[in-house]
Design a protein around this ligand. Structure first.
Ligand code: HEM
Length: 455
């Protein structure tokens, strides 16, 4: 086999890269989907000292994410977000990550997840009151904000404590600010417009806002830790495990803070987007929505983890929605040492991009990839465990810790809501997807809501 040095692969270099920038700014996912469909297994983007290698092949992903995963940490790709996440499960490596993963993983066992059902149902009921008032007034709802608030409340009450008091909107506001500020886009704007931003004082103001947001989140995390140690909280899931550890001295206060931040970062926004895009797709595919509804009518609302597997229409619909709109649309790896992956030589420090969104739209893996066609999963119960061309939750040892919880939340909440409400997309223009850390619509996702049952 002839080995190809990835440095030698022609790609979007210099001027060729500059030429695609306008299209990337206008509609990045559309442009990238086209590039990937007609490109090779690895597509380089090189501008000055910045080199990025986009990987579009399932065998290569198997190598990078599983076979030789230790050589490919997330590393510097998370540098900007380190002040928020510290050395938690998302950012750590090696032995520390192994021990944390083992410990924290137990908060995601079936018995724990099933014990979360009443909280999930309670919060869904509160959300349905909002839907009732929208439906009664014949108004509209912007789903992104409202579902996000519901999911943050569920995360905090299931993973931390049932009786914790917190300001949902403020936490979301501060977290969004930190994530925007530390995003690649934020860093690029600061680099390109550094001088005028400094001169006008905008840079300093933004930096202060960032520091204040981080301080607010830190205070929130440390209050949880102190109240939990003092026995003031009805701890659940993750916090129950971490509190035991801090009491025995197995972890420090700082480590506990890092894990709380990691779960705030990873555990609610992603699920909210997963739910929203599923409901959006069903609003565009009414026949399938009816099939999901009939299934829920026949089987009732799922009561156990095992029973959710019987809801084929519902679960396949969710898998297909996570294929078309994987909330974590891209993630990154950095080669620690030179390596041979299939026919490619990957140099030390190569910056690799892996995109579930782009992989899921490749015609070499999916027939009619743009089509919502849940039946494509009829034969497979757990494609996310075995396939490297279906990676909404990543793959290999660093696969999403909250995968089962997230899928369960989407299924349970959707069964409860879709059996009672109909959503009609009512914004004047189609969703304008923007790929930040997760995919979102930059225009409001407005829906009219109609009650379909009197339950
Ligand atoms: C639909 C919802 C979700 C999606 C699409 C999603 C997606 C992902 C992806 C793609 C990764 C791997 C990233 C990489 O390899 O660099 C990941 C990792 C992770 N996710 Fe999720 N996630 C979701 C929900 C959750 C939830 C609910 C939690 C926790 C409550 C969570 C916690 C984590 C953690 C801790 C990791 C790091 C795992 C490790 O490195 O060992 N995620 N997630």
């Amino acid at each position: 086999m002839k080995i190809i040095d990835i440095k030698e692969i022609p790609g979007y270099d210099g001027l060729k890269f500059v030429r695609i920038i306008p299209a990337l700014i206008k509609d990045p996912l559309k442009k990238l989907t086209g590039i990937v469909e007609s490109g090779g297994k690895i597509i380089p983007f090189r501008l000055g000292k910045y080199h990025l290698y986009l990987i579009n092949d399932e065998s290569l992903l198997r190598h990078i994410l599983k076979k030789n995963y230790e050589n490919y940490p997330r590393g510097e790709s998370l540098e900007g977000i380190k002040p928020l996440l510290g050395n938690g499960l998302f950012t750590s490596n090696n032995e520390y990550w192994v021990s944390q993963q083992k410990k924290i993983g137990s908060a995601f066992r079936s018995k724990y997840i099933e014990s979360f059902f009443p909280v999930i149902e309670e919060e869904t009921k509160t959300f349905s009151h909002i839907l009732d008032s929208v439906s009664n007034s014949n108004g509209e709802i912007e789903l992104q904000d409202s579902v996000k608030e519901m999911m943050l409340r569920i995360l905090i009450r299931t993973m931390f404590a049932k009786n914790l008091e917190f300001d949902t909107k403020r936490i979301i506001k501060e977290l969004d600010f930190v994530l925007d500020y530390t995003s690649i886009k934020g860093a690029m704007v600061r680099r390109i417009f550094g001088f005028p931003l400094k001169l006008t004082g905008v840079a300093k103001r933004e930096e202060n806002k960032y520091n204040q947001a981080l301080e607010y989140l830190n205070n929130f995390a440390y209050k949880i830790i102190d109240d939990s140690i003092a026995g003031k909280l009805e701890t659940t899931g993750l916090l129950e495990i971490l509190t035991e550890d801090i009491k025995t001295g197995a972890i420090s206060r700082l480590q506990m803070r890092d894990e709380i931040m990691t779960f705030l970062f990873a555990g609610f926004d992603t699920v909210a987007e997963g739910i929203i895009w599923f409901w959006y797709l069903l609003s565009q595919n009414k026949e399938y929505l009816e099939e999901v509804r009939n299934e829920v009518e026949i089987l009732g609302i799922p009561g156990t983890l095992e029973s959710i597997q019987k809801y084929k229409k519902l679960t396949n619909g969710i898998k297909e929605s996570l294929r078309l709109y994987p909330p974590a649309w891209a993630f990154y790896r950095i080669a620690e040492n030179e390596d041979i992956a299939d026919e490619f030589k990957i140099f030390k420090k190569a910056y690799l991009m892996i995109s579930p969104y782009l992989m899921h739209r490749l015609s070499k893996y999916y027939n009619a990839p743009e089509k919502f066609y849940p039946e494509r999963f009829d034969e497979e119960s757990n494609p996310e465990f075995s396939r490297f061309d279906y990676i909404p939750f990543g793959q290999g040892p660093h696969i999403c810790t909250g995968k089962r919880l997230a899928s369960t939340e989407i299924a349970l909440i959707s069964a409860l809501i879709l059996s009672k409400y109909d959503f009609e997309y009512s914004a004047e223009i189609p969703p304008q997807i923007t790929p930040g850390i997760i995919i979102k619509s930059k225009t409001p996702l407005l829906f009219k809501v109609k009650r379909v049952k009197g339950l």
